[in-house]
Write a protein that binds this ligand. Structure first.
Ligand SMILES: Nc1ncnc2c1ncn2[C@@H]1O[C@H](COP(=O)(O)OP(=O)(O)O)[C@@H](O)[C@H]1O
Ligand SMILES: [Mg+2]
Length: 147
């Protein structure tokens, strides 16, 4: 799917949020500035949560609204060469069933958390603001899912 403005990315996040259920785990994949956090902010908005942003010093933030949103940015964990134990220490596994979990830079870590997840891959398109999104679902939860 082609997204051409930050507003479209937010609106996609809002629409996507309506399809999400507790226990869902979504990996947001893509380079720096691709729009992973922008999409996460749209999903948050759809869940009634303002202020989903890039956590600068912390790795995971839990937003408590009607639906709990766990937003993780694993970039620094990856930079540090972590084998994943620090990620395990965040202990997302014990709270994920009561929340919706979004993980930026989480491709190599997500299987430690769940065997069912959706990967949304955001790549840069031709125009400065063009983004191409592709979703790949792993596990029965995501069978037949498309953006
Ligand atoms: N179509 C688009 N969708 C999302 N963000 C876009 C788009 N076009 C331009 N941008 C800009 O790209 C940047 C994306 O930043 P961010 O969401 O923090 O990226 P990431 O989390 O992937 O590093 C923002 O500055 C945003 O305004
Ligand atoms: Mg980000």
């Amino acid at each position: 799917m082609l997204i051409q403005t930050p507003e479209q990315m937010r609106d996609l996040g809002i629409a996507l949020s309506e399809q999400l259920r507790l226990g869902d785990v979504i990996v947001l994949k893509g380079g720096l500035g691709a729009g992973k956090t922008a999409l996460a902010a749209g999903i948050g908005k759809g869940l009634g949560i303002d202020g989903v942003s890039s956590p600068t010093f912390i790795i995971a933030r839990v937003h408590k609204a009607e639906v709990r949103l766990i937003h993780i940015d694993a970039y620094r964990l990856l930079l540090s060469g972590s084998k994943g134990f620090e990620f395990d220490d965040l202990d997302i596994a014990s709270s994920k069933d009561g929340a919706i979990t979004l993980i930026e830079w989480g491709e190599s870590l997500v299987s430690r958390l769940s065997d069912e997840y959706l990967i949304i891959d955001i790549s840069f398109g031709k125009g400065e603001n063009d983004r191409e999104l592709n979703a790949t679902g792993i596990g029965p939860r995501w069978a037949g899912f498309s953006l």
